[in-house]
Ligand binder design. Structure first.
Ligand code: ADP
Ligand code: MG
Length: 261
């Protein structure tokens, strides 16, 4: 009886536990297997770093978790706080608390960053049965966030990704994350094209958000990232699988020897 009670409690906990879990995930694009069995578990506040050579399948994995229509998950399971993601549309995954920052964000001419963010935020709020935010209130909120992030207050008036530098696009993706307050953020090459000062600010924001409980999966080529961010775990991808997973100490070897054996 006592044992039964314990098991029931354990099951209940595992169903509702706050964690993003990928189990033996396989992903294909146009019939070709790109990700061949990835297992990963990210708890709130953890920062996981995903590294590996170009073409190893890092972006494909992130796209599959977010539900990108080009990817097909052929095997394995993905759950967010106990909810299965597999059959959900990308917007439903966003509503469940997932955010994807793209390696190469697309330009959307005619749409300003401010109006885009307000629309997305209000859509998420409506889905959560919350009241929507007026343009004036949102403008004030956005300005506050931009100042906090060390960004130009007028950034919200720029067109979504059009004529933005590589570094500005990356900071724009991070801005979206801060405004939308997801539970788990997948940021693809979030640091490419950032100058030293911007990198420091971005690292500060990610640390701060992780302390608020956001779990991160960061793709980066920088093995020195641990100097700026409290990295929980490092995963090295090679041809679709994790060839190594470990603590930040793995970064020392990677910095010295690269990804080779
Ligand atoms: P990484 O992010 O690690 O550099 P990717 O996930 O972008 O790797 O790519 C992994 C493999 O999938 C590469 O061989 C790439 O050519 C292929 N691939 C990625 N996107 C597509 C696509 N849209 N169509 C066909 N092949 C793709
Ligand atoms: Mg990539």
């Amino acid at each position: 009886m006592e044992l039964m009670k314990k098991n029931t409690l354990k099951n209940r906990y595992s169903r509702t536990a706050r964690v993003l879990v990928l189990r033996n995930v396989h992903v294909s694009i146009e019939g070709r297997e790109i990700v061949a069995g990835v297992t990963l578990s990210i708890s709130p506040g953890e920062i996981h770093l995903l590294m590996g050579p170009n073409g190893s399948g890092k972006s494909t994995l992130l796209h599959a978790v977010a539900g990108h229509p080009r990817t097909t998950v052929t095997k394995g399971s993905m759950t967010l706080d106990g909810i299965s993601l597999s059959k959900r549309e990308p917007h439903e995954r966003a509503r469940a608390g997932l955010f994807l920052g793209f390696q190469q964000p697309v330009d959307i001419p005619g749409v300003t960053i401010g109006s885009f963010l307000r629309t997305v935020q209000n859509t998420l709020r409506t889905a959560d049965h919350k009241t929507t935010i007026s343009p004036t209130a949102f403008a004030a909120q956005l300005k506050e966030v931009l100042v906090h992030m060390g960004m130009d207050e007028r950034f919200g008036g720029r067109t979504l990704n059009e004529r933005l530098s590589g570094g500005e696009k990356k900071r724009g993706e991070l801005l979206q994350m801060v405004v939308l307050e997801p539970r788990y953020a997948l940021l693809d090459e979030f640091d490419s094209g950032l100058d030293v000062d911007a990198m420091r600010q971005v690292a500060h924001i990610i640390s701060e958000q992780s302390k608020k409980g956001i779990g991160f999966l960061l793709v980066s080529h920088n093995p020195k990232l641990n100097d700026m961010l409290p990295i929980t775990a490092v995963h090295v991808m090679g041809k679709g699988t994790f060839e190594a997973s470990g603590g930040p100490e793995l970064l020392v070897t990677i910095a010295k020897k690269g990804f080779g054996p």
